[in-house]
Design a protein around this ligand. Structure first.
Ligand SMILES: Nc1ncnc2c1ncn2[C@@H]1O[C@H](COP(=O)(O)OP(=O)(O)OP(=O)(O)O)[C@@H](O)[C@H]1O
Ligand SMILES: Nc1ncnc2c1ncn2[C@@H]1O[C@H](COP(=O)(O)OP(=O)(O)OP(=O)(O)O)[C@@H](O)[C@H]1O
Ligand SMILES: [Mg+2]
Ligand SMILES: [Mg+2]
Lengths: 258, 258
């Protein structure tokens, strides 16, 4: 069955988009069929795959408001087996417009079940904006699991228990099947103590929920988006790309036994 | 007259909270009276000043919904001349609750004008959440100017023109007095080309709107919050603290001539 994974964390700048882009690419590289949904009005995941602004039509905005079918919004990324539903700034209007809908947290889930994507793809990966607003709630209701990128910094750690409580609330009220796929530690900097302190704290607190693979801070990761390419295509051998390849294989193993 | 400065950027993790905390501390250090408003449901600015969760009552949430007066929500930070109005996760409810208000983008501005803070403080600095939602719009309507922290990274650059358009729209429709105080380049990393490329691009595009002072990437900045202290108190001599002191004096000079 198709696994729908929401990449979520309300803390900003923790590596949600970078994880979406590179994890999706690494999973596609082993022959799986993947669809990415860019659910952030910033449209960074769309940009990271080199999708031009003028090609982003229709977007997830029209899909979530029900004015376009999901199947019609799918674009190719040029990477075999990897497609994307893009986003533009129009999506920021959805936060307010969705309020008027009866089942405003179910719009994305409904759009997915009306389409053929659950049969056509092995994975759907949803990049969420930095908030616990209606867009992120739509992703959590549509998802079968949540992957949480956690930057190895103090402020990022502070928000974690809130996020876990929100996921639990969504599971109880809207989506009983929702699981935590895992927490992935990002921007781990071997040069500073803070990173290892945060990493130790999180592993003590959450144990096996934390992926073994850590993503190191690596400047090649932040250079890749300016070339419109995932870092796996921009620089396959860099530490960041290799870490995402390892994360993908760890995730695929976890999925098998799940 | 009191200057109300919104620290805003919808891109996550660019240094909004770190700039709020350390700029406010540096300005207080030269004898000005400062009030910080934490307008982010994550409450990172409140944590960065060591405000315990149980002391955060009432918060900016009650103030913005009109159930508490702003004067009643002011807490001391222990730093002479520097007070704060704190935030907790309750604030995330305001995004939806404000929709029902007639003048939902003016709630913060109304609360400020009803109080005595414009007479009691020289500066009010508002830390915004990573979105262009109702909370950030309330800050832009209440502000006399906007200071934009911009991380020297590609994704952060991509969102800049959208932010500037939004500020322009708020100026035209709600707050004709709103000015751009300036763009401050953050997490500048001398070791990598990307930082200097982004810095050059921004200076070419925006000229004198960009502060001369750049904030370097400096691990002491991210260690300070875990001690509940601004980096100026945690490590006065580190590169980050010294940069914020320079930024404060540059800002005070700009304010004089404004
Ligand atoms: N492992 C890494 N090493 C170095 N830089 C990284 C790494 N991962 C991400 N970055 C950079 O850090 C910044 C933040 O990452 P990203 O945009 O993926 O986070 P996000 O959580 O999606 O942000 P937002 O909350 O705004 O959506 C980006 O400029 C990105 O290029
Ligand atoms: N100059 C710096 N050098 C190193 N680390 C920094 C610097 N400035 C901020 N940081 C760290 O980077 C992370 C992001 O900064 P901060 O939380 O201030 O950004 P923000 O824009 O307020 O994030 P959000 O969008 O979630 O509100 C934090 O962990 C912070 O400690
Ligand atoms: Mg993102
Ligand atoms: Mg912040």
């Amino acid at each position: 069955p198709c696994k729908v994974i929401a990449i979520a964390n309300q803390k900003g700048g923790v590596g949600k988009t970078t994880t979406t882009i590179n994890l999706a690419t690494a999973i596609a590289a082993v022959g799986k069929r993947i669809m990415v949904i860019d659910l952030d009005p910033q449209g960074n995941a769309s940009t990271g795959f080199g999708i031009e602004q003028e090609d982003r039509n229709p977007t997830i905005y029209e899909v979530i408001l029900g004015t376009a079918a999901l199947d019609k919004a799918i674009l190719g990324t040029g990477i075999p087996g990897l497609d994307i539903v893009s986003a533009t700034i129009d999506l920021s209007g959805a936060e307010v417009e969705l309020i008027d809908f009866e089942d405003r947290t179910f719009q994305l889930r409904k759009a997915i079940s009306k389409s053929k994507v659950l049969q056509e793809y092995d994975f759907i990966i949803i990049d969420c904006p930095p908030s616990l607003s209606l867009l992120t709630l739509n992703a959590l209701v549509a998802a079968t699991s949540v992957l949480v990128p956690l930057q190895c910094e103090f402020f990022a750690l502070e928000g974690l228990s809130l996020l876990l409580k929100t996921i639990e609330r969504v599971k109880v009220n809207f989506n009983p099947g929702l699981e935590i796929h895992g927490i992935v530690l990002t921007m781990f900097d071997t040069r500073n103590n803070l990173s290892s302190q945060v990493a130790d704290d999180v592993r003590n607190y959450l144990g096996s929920k934390v992926f073994d693979t850590m993503i190191p801070r690596n400047v090649r990761m932040s250079e890749a988006p300016s070339h419109g390419k995932p870092s796996l295509l921009y620089d396959f051998n860099c530490a960041g790309s290799q870490a995402y390849i390892k994360l993908a294989s760890e995730l695929l193993k976890k999925s098998k036994s799940a």
